[in-house]
Design a protein around this ligand. Structure first.
Ligand code: NAD
Length: 249
């Protein structure tokens, strides 16, 4: 069991990659606290991952995040997974869009990490090193994509946040990395496809930009999350780790 003895926090664990990662972590022996803003999605998680703990948590609320942190025992690892994909170029991006995406995709990581950091530091001498793992993307500072002005800006910020955290805490037993997936078949991707003017063509276009010839599934991503939360990655910190089906070859 690759995560035996580890207590792990995950945000946005109701569906998509957060959910698959939460289930994979439980299967590898972790004690997982899976959180999401959506209680209904969380309600079915224990069927797939017996023993998992769930909690409704809106990572856009500092008050809620701080109250959650105060109610919890220390964590050995956290996976900040919450994020939203805004579609459009700069002319299709309002200030409200900007504030929403930066709040959910970036400031939430600041909020959660700051609130849970004392526990991670407390655990670090006893667990072989605590871990902060963030959800970034291949889109952002690694590669620019059309109509991803705001999304790419937030995910570039996540990589910057990850590297700065890694530099600040490398000597205090904490590693900080981020996952950078390609296009992953999740409920929100399906919604983006359905809401496009030509959904059939939109799906073809998403697949066409993946050199491996298909979309990623959540099970292509969850094993990397497990590895980066486990001691197997004990010599990796400050890294954006790509899992993109060859897009950035
Ligand atoms: P998704 O977008 O389908 O699901 C997102 C989850 O976040 C939902 O369960 C939702 O209830 C929850 N959520 C929304 N607002 C929240 C809030 N304020 N507090 C807590 N939870 C909240 O899942 P996904 O597509 O796997 O995306 C997860 C992450 O992966 C995001 O950060 C996304 O940007 C990133 N990502 C996605 C892809 C992709 O192609 N799907 C690629 C690269 C990166």
């Amino acid at each position: 069991m690759r995560l035996a003895g580890k207590r792990i926090f995950i945000s946005a664990a109701g569906q998509g990659m957060g959910r698959a990662s939460a289930i994979a972590c439980v299967r590898e022996g972790a004690q997982v606290v899976a959180t999401d803003i959506n209680a209904e999605l969380l309600a079915t998680l224990p069927d797939e991952a017996p023993g998992i703990e769930t909690a409704v948590l809106d990572v856009r609320s500092t008050e809620a995040v701080n109250a959650f942190a105060a109610s919890q025992a220390p964590f050995d690892g956290i996976f900040n997974c919450a994020g939203f994909v805004h579609n459009g170029d700069i002319l299709a991006t309002s200030e409200d869009d900007w504030d929403f995406s930066f709040d959910l995709n970036v400031k939430s990581m600041y909020r959660v990490t700051k609130a849970l950091l004392p526990g991670l530091l407390e655990r670090a001498p006893h667990n072989g090193g605590s871990v902060i793992l963030n959800m970034a993307s291949m889109a952002g500072s690694i590669k620019g994509f059309p109509n991803r002005l705001l999304y790419g800006s937030t995910k570039a910020a996540v990589i910057g946040f990850t590297k700065a955290m890694a530099a600040d805490y490398v000597k205090r037993g904490i590693r900080c990395n981020c996952v950078c997936p390609g296009t992953v078949d999740t409920p929100s991707l399906r919604a983006r496809i359905a809401n496009s003017p030509d959904p059939v063509q939109a799906e073809k276009d998403f697949i066409a930009r993946q050199p491996l010839g298909r979309l990623a599934t959540v099970d292509d991503i969850a094993p990397l999350v497990v590895m980066l939360l486990s001691d197997e990655s004990r010599f990796i910190t400050g890294q954006p780790v790509l899992v993109d089906g060859g897009v950035t070859i």
